[in-house]
Design a protein around this ligand. Structure first.
Ligand SMILES: Cc1ncc(COP(=O)(O)O)c(C=O)c1O
Length: 413
């Protein structure tokens, strides 16, 4: 039985808290990097569910893993362990600097765990006064009360009463500023090596290197939030490998579960020892269904050809973006690595990022923004060349529409 899309869309505002403003069509089916909505129209997905659908929609290999596990055991609680979580933890440890894994279900939870672990580690080793967390302006680490305050966007944390104490926001890629704020009371420094929500800002190698050294000097733990940029997204399995800088903790989510809610915090034995039975936990952490998907996702993503494909596709996307800009002169800069690409709009087009997403959607393209002035592309790592070509042709049409109808954009809400 088909449902009238208008009726169903009204239900969104009637029954769901108005925290989001979704596009006006409801996706009902997806395959690869193409999505179909209720009326049958197709869309090329350059958004990847905000860097989540790393292996596309309805990937048969993931479906099979989920189906197989669903016939065995769905959930057992952490009073027991389970095969998929043990297997995935082993893979993560074997392929990283880490010795131990904590599983949870979202990026915010992974960061919450990392921040709590850092405070507990400092408390155990250096006493209660070493509790300051340094993060960076424009950063985003999640929406729990702790992580949203650690994040560097005031508009997300404002208006919820007193904030947790001892959090400092330093300037991204500014080592002089950082040197002024780090001291013996700093327990952790958390950074996205590539800021996602903040506008696809890539950290400088020398900045990260000095951060690493200063953290060592002041006995502060260095946390890389790789929730958005990790797990193959930039053409390396993990972003810290690209920079060849070893943090003390990394956090993962999004691509690790390819759309199934799965997240993880990875650390060393030395740091992990600060957590003991009952100190932290999560009902769904290590869920067998999620980890079964995570296992297969890991195997596919760590394949060398998949990773080198990410770099090739980056080049192809950038060529198209350049070509579009040669004709329309609307982009100021293209940033990012692999399949996490940010396109900053030039000064004549500021603050229209969300409007461009609407026009793109009308033209059959799912895009993202990263702040009001940056368009973001975070498609599946397996996106095909044909899907890239088709998506870029739809981006061309979108930008042409923007250029021709610029003065009417203000009427678009
Ligand atoms: C870098 C980063 N950290 C943390 C989060 C929060 O993840 P989640 O929404 O799964 O809690 C996000 C989400 O976009 C993110 O991009």
């Amino acid at each position: 039985m088909s449902i009238n899309p208008k009726t169903k869309f009204k239900d969104f505002y009637k029954y769901i808290l108005p925290l989001y403003s979704p596009q006006n069509k409801i996706p009902v089916k997806g395959y690869g990097s193409t999505i179909w909505v209720q009326d049958g129209r197709d869309y090329i997905d350059f958004s990847g569910g905000i860097a989540v659908n790393a292996l596309g929609h309805s990937n048969p290999v993931l479906l099979e893993a989920l189906k197989e596990q669903s016939k065995k055991v769905w959930h057992v609680s952490n009073s027991y362990t389970n095969e998929p979580s043990l297997c995935l933890a082993k893979k993560l440890v074997k392929n990283t600097f880490a010795d131990k894994v904590f599983f949870c279900s979202s990026g915010a939870e992974a960061n919450e765990a990392a921040l709590k672990l850092s405070r507990r580690y400092a408390y155990n080793h250096f006493g209660s006064k070493k509790n300051i967390i340094i993060s960076f302006k424009k950063s985003f680490h999640g929406r729990t009360f702790f992580t949203v305050n650690v994040g560097g966007k005031n508009n997300y944390s404002h208006g919820f009463g007193p904030s947790p104490f001892c959090i400092i926001h330093a300037e991204f890629n500014n080592i002089q500023n950082f040197r002024k704020v780090i001291n013996n009371y700093t327990c952790a420094v958390i950074i996205e090596p590539i800021q996602g929500e903040g506008g696809i800002n890539v950290a400088n190698y020398s900045f990260l290197k000095q951060l690493r050294n200063l953290c060592k000097i002041y006995n502060a733990l260095l946390i890389f939030d790789e929730v958005q940029c990790g797990m193959g997204r930039i053409g390396k399995l993990f972003t810290y490998m690209h920079f060849k800088i070893k943090p003390d903790i990394i956090t993962l989510a999004k691509s690790i579960g390819c759309g199934f809610p799965l997240a993880a915090m990875l650390t060393t034995n030395k740091v992990g020892e600060a957590f003991s039975i009952g100190v932290h936990g999560s009902t769904y952490g290590g869920n067998p269904l999620a980890c079964a998907v995570g296992n297969i996702a890991f195997d596919v993503i760590s394949n060398k050809e998949v990773l080198s494909g990410v770099k090739r596709k980056n080049k192809l996307l950038k060529q198209h973006i350049k070509r579009i800009n040669l004709e329309f002169n609307i982009f100021k800069e293209v940033r990012g690595l692999g399949l996490l690409i940010g396109i900053e709009l030039n000064k004549n087009y500021i603050n229209i990022g969300r409007k461009i997403l609407k026009v793109a959607f009308e033209n059959g393209l799912m895009l993202l923004n990263a702040g009001p002035n940056v368009l973001r592309l975070a498609p599946s790592l397996l996106i095909s060349i044909e899907e890239i070509e088709e998506g870029m042709s739809r981006l061309y049409t979108t930008i042409k529409c923007i250029k021709q109808n610029f003065k009417y954009l203000e009427y678009l809400c």
